[in-house]
Design a protein around this ligand. Structure first.
Ligand SMILES: Nc1ncnc2c1ncn2[C@@H]1O[C@H](COP(=O)(O)OP(=O)(O)OP(=O)(O)O)[C@@H](O)[C@H]1O
Length: 280
């Protein structure tokens, strides 16, 4: 078996977000109970190629539980998840990763003392070819550095040296490394849980740019965020989660931020909205 390598040219063909597009990922009627608490209560979800789908909802609405089910961290009690139209049954996050679903968690999964290049290949190191290299597991630093540089350039992520330890980077740059790593290995979907939460304005914008680059390379993105201006700036569609299920699918180009918050809090029901603000 050949060692995994950063897919410098992204695997999916860039597909513009199109209303008629097929679904990359879909969930139907998901349910997850913890004793008396029903964290996911018949949730539906869908994601098309090349789109950024924001998932928003009040605290405790069940966003994390939904995302955990989609990324294999939680096994739903009922319902089904489909990838490219085919049912999948994730038992662990590794199962989801094997299917090309990468998740960037809020608590940065980067190794501070390691370089950017090493972080990009963390757990998927490249080894020097040939029987001896493979036998002794000699890490191919040169190839990792070249491929990491190409990948970062492909995402237009400006970093002076890939040999810098991640601890020398700013918070936004670190988050950028985590996003770039997910984008490098995802073949289907990148899931991001509050990627801009801990960042200042400039750094947050930098990460938003990077997320757009990931989308524009053809990878659909699921973005959980409480930051409404960020959601409105970047999302193609908004999934509003409320009381464990999807309350509405909204078009950020048509609906106001105030009405979106009202749907989120339950002050407005999806049925009260005019059809043109709903996403299709
Ligand atoms: N492992 C668990 N055990 C028991 N209850 C849980 C567990 N995980 C989630 N819950 C409950 O399920 C409900 C939904 O939680 P979840 O974390 O999915 O919501 P959320 O929308 O992501 O919230 P937040 O925005 O605050 O992170 C909450 O009532 C929560 O307490």
């Amino acid at each position: 078996m050949t060692a995994p390598t950063l897919p410098v040219a992204p695997v999916p063909t860039p597909t513009p977000h199109s209303p008629a597009g097929p679904l990359v990922m879909q969930a139907r009627g998901l349910i997850k109970r913890y004793g008396h608490v029903t964290a996911i209560n018949g949730a539906d979800f869908e994601l098309r190629p090349g789109e950024i789908m924001a998932v928003i909802g009040d605290n405790g609405a069940g966003k994390s539980s939904l995302i955990k089910a989609l990324s294999g961290a939680v096994i739903p009690d009922e319902g089904e998840i489909l990838l490219d139209g085919k049912p999948v049954h994730f038992r662990t996050p590794s199962d989801a990763r094997r299917e090309g679903i990468e998740t960037v968690y809020q608590d940065l999964a980067v190794a501070p003392a390691m370089t950017i290049a090493e972080n990009l290949f963390l757990g998927r190191e490249l080894y020097v070819g040939g029987p001896l290299g493979r036998l002794l597991k000699v890490i191919d630093r040169k190839r990792m550095l070249t491929e990491a540089t190409q990948h970062m350039q492909g995402l237009q992520f400006a970093i002076k040296s890939m040999n810098q330890p991640v601890e020398t980077l700013s918070g936004g740059q670190r988050q950028g490394v985590a996003v770039a790593r997910a984008a490098a290995f995802a073949r289907h979907v990148v899931i991001m849980d509050e990627p801009t939460a801990a960042l200042g304005v400039r750094e947050g914008n930098m990460v938003l740019d990077l997320i757009r680059q990931v989308r524009d390379k053809g990878l659909p993105v699921i973005l959980i965020s409480h930051n409404m201006p960020h959601v409105f700036e970047i999302a193609d569609r908004i999934h509003v989660h409320r009381m464990g299920k999807r309350a509405a699918l909204l078009n950020p180009k048509k609906i106001s931020m105030a009405d979106t918050v009202s749907v989120m809090t339950g002050a407005l029901a999806a049925d009260d909205l005019s059809a043109d603000v709903l996403a299709h």
